[in-house]
Design a binder for this molecule. Structure first.
Ligand SMILES: [Zn+2]
Ligand SMILES: [Zn+2]
Ligand SMILES: [Zn+2]
Length: 461
């Protein structure tokens, strides 16, 4: 895949200037070393080796192009930095796959015998929205009329006979915005992490009931491990994708001491998701009862009929969701106010969600909500896991860093010919991002080429 980008004349000139410099190769090398990050941190500094025979500068950015060293930004979001997001996705895949297939990252291969399912828990409806559907004959109408066509109290149709394409801007937008329950929608996003927590408790209870154990007996025989990611649906509400696995109670990935297979685990998830409730306060109104949507998708990975979903596919699926987020709503990454929103080009639906979140944030029961308006009220982590699912992202990053440092140390050893007694580094922050639009364009195209190569390698693996 080759992207064609229209470049401004200034940018073209900047590219020509950069490519014509004698240190261009070194610059390109630095861009590659920071993983083709799209907005790297620029550092200026030096590393000194202090030995008995004196002080020597072992490395200095003075010898680098523009006298800076580029360090990757590490952002998870593809819209902010495709390369760092890609690396994050790869790390997530490692973590997910280790817990599903074992034989790596400290997880034994026997983990494949534990019941493991892939579950998607959705949000309920807050009013009809435009949607894509399919029936046996292919793409179907959005919301056909049933019986006599009826107008809503605002005089709008309650039906939609369009067949929307995937690109249709109306998708996810309410059929009637005035009928739509905006504050209920925001309340769901705000309380979703607590609803998930209650779901995990309900799941343990359902499994204990299934096996005829008390809660205490169940806790001594089985542990529910999971990793989950939150994803925003088009209508702006979060739902959860999770890998849920049954283990023994110990620290070393023993088998669960109960006789429940993947089908039993799936049944427990169904019961827990259907029954979990959270009653929350609302501004000048009765309490609202929050629950998960009736749409529930569960697929077996391990410990059930083979072939529903492989560990590879389950891991890839969730890792992909982990890099998606609210960026698609055009609200940016930081706190916003309804006033600031007037400067942004966002759909009416998003604007109404922001207004609803701002109003709800007035209620002391929703203290802090105004800080999460740009996330449409969702304050949870986009990816989280129970302690014993598998390794941690931190451990995977440390492993990679150690590997890179070992490579760097081997290169440095050629420079150091005496016993080093002390290494002192001096670093200062010189800025964020590339110096010119031309540099950024060069880095972007190199990044796309590198990702295509690595994607081909990842697909072939
Ligand atoms: Zn980056
Ligand atoms: Zn429609
Ligand atoms: Zn209406």
């Amino acid at each position: 895949m080759t992207a064609t980008v229209d470049l401004l004349p200034d940018t073209v000139q900047e590219i020509v200037d950069r490519a014509g410099r004698p240190d261009f190769d070194r610059w390109a090398d630095q861009v590659a070393r920071c993983g083709h990050c799209s907005r790297p941190v620029r550092l200026r500094g030096r590393v000194e080796h202090h030995t008995t025979s004196g002080r020597r500068v072992a490395y200095s950015t003075d010898g680098e192009p523009d006298r800076v060293l580029l360090i990757r930004c590490g952002n998870r979001r593809a819209a902010v930095c495709p390369s760092c997001s890609w690396e994050y996705q790869g790390d997530m895949w490692q973590l997910l796959y280790a817990g599903a297939a074992g034989g790596r990252k400290g997880v034994p291969e026997t983990i494949r015998a534990h019941p493991l399912v892939f579950a998607t828990l959705t949000a309920p409806g807050f009013g009809p929205v435009h949607t894509t559907r399919a029936d046996r004959s292919g793409p179907a109408r959005c919301r056909p009329t049933h019986g006599k066509p009826r107008l809503c109290p605002h005089g709008r149709p309650t039906w939609c006979t369009a067949i929307h394409s995937e690109e249709d801007a109306r998708l996810g937008q309410p059929i009637c915005p005035d009928c739509y329950d905006y504050s209920g929608h925001v309340a769901f996003n705000w309380h979703a992490p607590e609803l998930w927590r209650r779901f995990t408790i309900a799941l343990r209870r359902a499994l204990a009931r299934q096996t005829g154990l008390t809660a205490a007996e169940f806790a001594r025989s089985c542990r529910v491990s999971f990793v989950k990611v939150a994803e925003f649906q088009r209508r702006g509400v979060v739902h959860f994708h999770a890998l849920i696995r049954l283990d023994g109670p110990g620290e070393d990935y023993q088998s669960p001491q109960i006789s429940v297979d993947a089908a039993g685990l799936a049944e427990g998830i169904r019961q827990a998701a259907a029954h979990v409730r959270l009653t929350v306060g609302m501004l000048d109104g009765p309490g609202l009862v929050l629950r998960f949507g009736t749409q529930l998708d569960i697929q077996t990975v391990n410990g059930g009929p083979a072939g529903e979903l492989t560990p590879e596919h389950a891991a890839r699926y969730i890792a992909k969701y982990a890099t998606k987020s609210a960026e698609g709503f055009g609200l940016g990454e930081r706190r916003i106010t309804p006033e600031a929103l007037t400067l942004l080009d966002v759909p009416d639906h998003v604007r109404r969600l922001v207004d609803a979140a701002w109003q709800l944030g007035e209620d002391p029961a929703y203290e802090g909500l105004r800080r999460w308006v740009h996330m449409l009220g969702f304050r949870g982590h986009f990816a989280s896991k129970s302690r014993r699912y598998s390794t941690t992202l931190g451990a995977i990053r440390r492993e990679r860093r150690t590997y890179r440092q070992r490579q760097a140390a081997e290169q440095a050893r050629e420079l150091v010919d005496e016993d080093t007694t002390l290494v002192i580094s001096h670093w200062e922050f010189a800025g964020v991002g590339y110096l010119t639009g031309g540099d950024a364009a060069l880095a972007l195209s190199a990044a796309a080429r590198a990702r295509e190569r690595r994607q081909a390698a990842r697909d072939a693996a």
